[in-house]
Design a protein around this ligand. Structure first.
Ligand SMILES: [Zn+2]
Length: 207
């Protein structure tokens, strides 16, 4: 099992004149491996280093970086973690070595017995979700922008307007992940518990 620490809760707000203010949820997983999920914007390195420090971790201790997809607010500080294997969407690499892995065929990448990375395309065509079994025995899904925030369950326009390269697949994967998760950590909001009603709502949104 693994300990999960949210280093920063993501946010996103639309303003007038086609601007959006946003940063992603950044999460540390401690267990058989140290893993950081989504590394915010390039301007956040000092914040990340000091947040890690408060959990007794330095960047060299990180074994895996997972960016749920390749957008700039989810990859900004990957280069702090030079001892880690990097998983960015469907791409797995270490230095100049790339590991071919069939995420595109639906295969799950197992990091250890409590953490795996599963393909959940939709927001981009190569989005992944990190599934973690917590120390409390609960299944936690760190989803990136598959879910923008809790409010996007009731108002799907929120995730659609945040950008969806394949909304049919995204709706399907949202429901699939909710069916297996106890908690969801969305890309741009605080974590929320998955209820039976929430699962039903998401099932109805599949077209
Ligand atoms: Zn995002």
């Amino acid at each position: 099992m693994s300990e999960i620490a949210v280093l920063f809760n993501g946010y996103s707000t639309m303003s007038a004149n086609d601007e959006m203010t946003a940063n992603c949820t950044c999460t540390l997983i401690k267990g058989a491996h140290n893993i950081i999920v989504d590394t915010m914007t390039a301007w956040d390195s000092d914040k990340i280093i000091s947040a890690l420090k408060s959990h007794g971790v330095i960047p060299e201790d990180i074994n895996y970086v997972v960016s749920t997809h390749g957008h700039s607010d989810h990859i900004g500080n990957n280069n702090l973690f030079l001892k880690a294997k990097h998983i960015v969407g469907f791409s797995i690499s270490y230095k100049d070595k790339y590991y071919i892995f069939p995420f595109d065929k639906g295969q799950e990448y197992v990091i250890n017995e409590s953490v795996k990375v599963v393909p959940t395309p939709g927001h981009t065509l190569s989005d992944v979700t990190v599934l973690v079994k917590s120390n409390q025995g609960e299944q936690v899904a760190i989803t990136g922008d598959l879910f923008e925030k809790h409010e996007d369950i009731e108002d799907p326009n929120i995730w659609l307007e945040a950008g969806s390269e394949d909304k049919v697949q995204q709706a399907r994967n949202r429901s699939k992940i909710a069916d297996i998760a106890d908690w969801i950590m969305p890309g741009h909001g605080a974590q929320f518990q998955v209820t039976k009603e929430l699962r039903q709502t998401l099932r109805k949104q599949i077209v």
